[in-house]
Design a binder for this molecule. Structure first.
Ligand SMILES: [Zn+2]
Length: 89
């Protein structure tokens, strides 16, 4: 298993996670297939990104991870996003 470090964006392996957690880093667990999708998005030319095939579980986790990361980097909330969260089933 691998982990994404929200505070200091990088990927950490399962052997090293204890060290990061003890330092209080906000770590998000990612599966190998999710890591593949993340790498595909980052390293592909724009016109190839839409060729990514992603499992629905990975898509849900990727969406949650990227939203969390974006909000953390921007260091603010969005009222419309909060509203969307409040009405979403
Ligand atoms: Zn390691």
């Amino acid at each position: 298993m691998m982990f994404f470090d929200m505070a200091d964006p990088c990927i950490i392996c399962g052997d090293c996670i204890g060290e990061y957690r003890s330092e209080g880093h906000d770590m998000t667990e990612i599966t190998p297939s999710l890591l593949y999708s993340m790498r595909f998005i980052v390293f592909s030319p724009v016109d190839r990104i839409y060729k990514l095939e992603i499992k629905s579980d990975d898509l849900k986790n990727l969406s949650a991870l990227t939203e969390k990361y974006l909000l953390r980097q921007l260091d603010r909330n969005f009222r419309t996003l909060d509203y969307y969260r409040s009405v979403k089933l």
